[in-house]
Write a protein of this length. Structure first.
Lengths: 112, 114
């Protein structure tokens, strides 16, 4: 158990809908990262927050957004969902800059 | 841009034999290199990392990795494989000057058979 928690574990929804994925980092970690794992794209970095501020952006679609709250938990919002958004979404956390990232168990999203 | 290559989709090894999972990388500056393991329906578990120093890095569960700067490689090794080591292994690189994001390889499925 890495100490990073993600909810929900599974999510099934329809195209066009909007969902929110939640992540709680390890105690004391200030950085939160979001990654997407899909069969065709592999593991891809989406976005990073550090102590409430966005620090880096990867291949994140405009339909996706994220935020980190004062209690350091983070949410990833996915809107106007498409079939291709079906994937495993991981959250990771680290103490600070360029420290080891510890991953949560992931949220498996299925868009029908 | 940074990248990682894992040339083998699958590696098969008999239990008790040594195993090697290959990884090569491309990054500007000094690399930070990582190995993670993913078991079915689980998240990625951190195994080990190389930042600087000794080229042989020891990690969890008896795994180690050898950093070779001239060959830009970071191969994962274990002297004696166990059936329970069967899983999907990912190599990742983090550029020293490129921010925190991890760039992952495509993964290598390790199958350890009796």
């Amino acid at each position: 158990d890495s100490g990073v928690t993600q909810t929900p574990k599974h999510l099934i929804t329809a195209t066009g809908q909007r969902v929110t994925l939640r992540c709680s980092p390890r105690s004391g970690d200030l950085s939160v990262y979001w990654y997407q794992q899909s069969l065709d794209q592999g593991l891809q970095f989406l976005i990073q927050y550090y102590n409430g501020e966005e620090r880096a952006k990867g291949n994140i679609l405009e339909r996706f957004s994220a935020q980190q709250f004062p209690d350091l938990h983070s949410e990833l919002n996915l809107s106007s969902l498409e079939l291709g958004d079906s994937a495993l979404y991981f959250c990771a956390s680290s103490v600070g800059w360029q420290e080891t990232q510890y991953f949560g168990p992931g949220t498996r999203l299925l868009v029908l | 841009a940074q990248s990682v290559a894992q040339p083998e989709d699958q590696v098969n090894v008999a239990e008790g034999n040594p195993l090697t999972v290959k990884c090569t990388y491309s990054v500007s500056g000094n690399p930070y290199l990582f190995w993670y393991v993913q078991y079915p329906n689980r998240g990625l578990q951190f195994l080990l990392k190389y930042i600087t120093g000794d080229n042989l890095v020891k990690g969890s569960y008896g795994f180690e990795a050898e950093f070779n700067k001239s060959q830009t490689s970071f191969h994962l090794k274990k002297p004696s494989a166990l059936v329970s080591d069967s899983a999907l292994y990912f190599c990742a690189v983090q550029g020293a000057g490129g921010g925190n994001k991890l760039t992952f390889g495509t993964g290598t499925q390790l199958k350890v058979e009796l």
